[in-house]
Design a protein around this ligand. Structure first.
Ligand code: FES
Length: 375
């Protein structure tokens, strides 16, 4: 994502219409490159001896077009794949969006560009995504959002110990604590894996998640909506799979990088004074490892925790009689009471934060990095 500056010898007077780009033979060695000329970022391409110059930043989220991929006559943005004609800047997919394109001339073995005759850019015309609205806590009772992360065959659902205890907790919150509750089973949503835009550049990981913005079939939006805009308490239930939380949990967690990334990029904490708690059950062991990972991740999102923020159950490494495990969870009153007490602690903590008027207040830059430095 670098836009090399021309050397002082190459710099031209910004008042003049034509700016020298460089030697033709040198520039022709690369099909596509990012350059800064006369203070402007340019995506310069050269194909079959014909140069093209368009604005260097993608109108979607600012991706460096000159670092993208040249396919035919199109430059594909390296961040999320928007595509523009390398010479006239028009959308290659016929969308009403374009980047400016610049006039070029070849003279004395040099390439020259001018910006005063640029074709106009067209920025996307659409309403901001609903998730981008300011986070404002609407009046009402404490709201508890349960997320079940167990994998499940929708055609023939089986009994899930973690989901059962989550149901117990949500029922208690609703019926005994007067809360509003909402449950989402991740296994019922079709959503994509994080595609790792963050790995290209921190600003490429956008809020809302780029996949949510660009893929109409991705179904994770209700989770973002409930987590960021609705809930006071988030209760996550997971089974233990080979000593770790479920793969669906991690699939969701990866997609939440965009929430945490707002701290990195813009010093914006989307999660303010909300409470998270966890229900962890499994035939196998490693409750502490699973809880530790979940606590660390949710703390980095900005969540607060009640005292004793998780309940868990496991029968250990050697227990293979899973039918007994199921029977145990179904009938053990201590576990069910534990789930009820967990949500009571979480709701009490959330109510205290609400009563203190803490919702919506800005917190100091959070996260383990605790640094104001931008990425
Ligand atoms: S497609 Fe270019 S920044 Fe997203």
């Amino acid at each position: 994502m670098t836009f090399p500056q021309l050397s002082p010898m190459q710099t031209t007077n910004p008042e003049l219409p034509w700016h020298r780009v460089g030697r033709l033979d040198e520039l022709a060695k690369r099909e596509l490159q990012s350059l800064t000329v006369g203070g402007r970022e340019v995506a310069l391409s050269c194909k079959h001896g014909k140069f093209g110059a368009i604005a260097g930043r993608c109108p979607h989220a600012g991706g460096p077009l000159g670092d993208g991929v040249l396919e035919g006559e199109s430059i594909q943005c390296p961040w999320h794949g928007w595509s523009f004609n390398r010479c006239d800047g028009a959308s290659s997919r016929g969308y009403p969006v374009a980047v400016a394109s610049f006039e070029l001339k070849e003279e004395g073995g040099d390439l020259w560009v001018r910006f005063d005759t640029a074709t106009p850019a067209k920025t996307p015309q659409h309403e901001p995504h609903a998730l981008t609205r300011p986070v404002r806590r609407e009046p009402g009772p404490v709201r508890v959002f349960g997320i079940s992360t167990t994998g499940m065959d929708a055609e023939s659902p089986r009994y899930s110990t973690s989901e059962d205890l989550l149901d117990v907790a949500l029922g208690h919150a609703r019926e005994s604590l007067g809360c509003e509750t909402k449950l989402i089973n991740l296994s019922e949503l079709k959503f994509k894996h994080c595609e790792g835009y963050y790995s290209k550049a921190a600003p490429a990981c956008t809020w809302p998640c780029t996949l949510t913005q660009m893929d109409d079939e991705d179904e994770l939006e209700p989770v973002y909506e409930a987590l960021v805009h609705w809930a006071d308490v988030v209760l996550v239930a997971t089974p233990i799979r080979w000593g770790a939380a479920s793969s669906l949990y991690f699939k969701m967690a990866e997609r939440m990088n965009c929430i945490q990334n707002q701290l990195t990029l813009n010093d914006v904490a989307l999660i303010q004074n909300k409470v998270a708690s966890f229900i962890i059950t499994g035939g196998q062991d490693n409750v502490q490892g699973v809880a530790g990972q979940m606590l660390a991740f949710f703390s980095e999102l900005g969540f607060t925790f009640p005292q004793f923020p998780f309940v868990a159950h496991s029968r250990g490494w050697t227990a293979e009689d899973m039918e007994n495990n199921v029977r145990f969870v179904q009938t053990d009153e201590h576990l069910r009471e534990g789930a009820r007490e967990l949500v009571t602690r979480a709701v009490t903590t959330a109510a205290a934060l609400l009563a203190a008027g803490e919702q919506g207040k800005r917190v100091a830059r959070g996260g383990s990095k605790a640094s104001a430095a931008k990425a």
